[in-house]
Structures are given as structure tokens and as C-alpha cells.
Write a protein that binds this ligand. Structure first.
Ligand SMILES: [Zn+2]
Ligand SMILES: [Zn+2]
Ligand SMILES: [Zn+2]
Length: 155
């Protein structure tokens, strides 16, 4: 375990050095900068991905991006990301967007529907009751989830 920190620190140094020199190609998001209205771009930091205004340094607005939710995209198997819509509503979309157009307002879960094999989403059915509900409109099979403890607040 003792050699864990050695290579890790070296990587950090490397990452910090490269942040200034190399600009990773900016992928334009669909989120407008709330300061200047430019379409924000995805940036990579050692803390993960975030959105930054393309007019940097004139405009220094940035937006934290939640990481992927650890559930594969039901359409293409890519990562699902928690995102915020233009109207400020939370949704889940595929990292491969726009190549893959999968989106869901409800948080998809890794479990597949035991009835039809479709993906399932997390729904709150009451105070402390969570369900996995089949996303297939014609199925809507529902499975109650034991504990709500795993659903925590945004860190
Ligand atoms: Zn801006
Ligand atoms: Zn996908
Ligand atoms: Zn189903």
C-alpha cells in the first residue's frame, strides 16, 4: 500500500503541468453561460469534468458537472451522466450525445425489468419507499427497493 502515493503524486504533477500547456479539444455543451450567453464547453480537471465559458478569461463562469451515475446507457452501453436541462431540471443523458439520444428524467438503474427486459428507473413512491419502475410504457413493472439509504444528497 505504501507505494500508492508515489505514482499518484507524479500523475498529479503531470496533470497540473499539462493543464496549462495542452488544451484538450473543447466539446461544446448545450448549456449557455448564464453570464454572457455563450455555449459552455466541457473541460477536464483532476476533479473530473466541468463546464467552462469559452470566453475565458474574459468570462470566468464555470459550472460543476456531476460525474456519471455508474449505470450503462440502455441504448449504447456508454456512460449515463446526470445533467441539468436548459430549464434547470435534472435529467440523465448519454455521454455519447448527440450520437446516442438516450435521455431520461428519472434516474435509470442497473437492474433490468424481469418481465420485459427493458431498463428501469428509480421512482419515489412515498416517504421512504423507492421503486424500480420499468421504463417500457406498455409494461411499467414495478419492484420495491429495500432501503432508501443509498439515495443521498448531491455532494
Ligand atoms: Zn460566459
Ligand atoms: Zn447511449
Ligand atoms: Zn418491463
Amino acid at each position: 500500500m505504501s507505494d500508492f502515493y508515489g505514482p499518484f503524486e507524479k500523475d498529479l504533477e503531470k496533470a497540473e503541468a499539462s493543464i496549462e500547456k495542452v488544451s484538450i479539444e473543447d466539446q461544446v455543451s448545450d448549456v449557455p453561460c448564464e453570464k454572457c450567453g455563450a455555449m459552455m464547453v466541457y473541460k477536464m480537471s483532476r476533479y473530473g469534468r466541468f463546464l467552462a465559458c469559452p470566453n475565458f478569461p474574459a468570462c470566468r463562469h464555470t459550472l460543476a458537472l456531476p460525474n456519471n451515475i455508474g449505470v450503462p446507457c440502455p441504448k449504447c452501453g456508454g456512460e449515463l451522466l446526470e445533467r441539468i436541462s436548459r430549464k434547470g431540471r435534472k435529467f440523465y443523458g448519454c455521454e455519447k450525445y448527440p450520437e446516442c439520444d438516450f435521455v431520461s428524467w428519472d434516474r435509470p438503474v442497473a437492474d433490468k425489468c424481469p418481465v420485459c427486459g427493458s431498463y428501469m428507473v428509480l421512482k419515489r413512491g412515498g416517504k421512504d419507499t423507492l421503486y424500480h419502475v420499468c421504463a417500457n410504457e406498455t409494461c411499467r413493472h414495478r419492484v420495491q427497493v429495500e432501503s432508501a439509504a443509498s439515495e443521498d444528497n448531491d455532494g
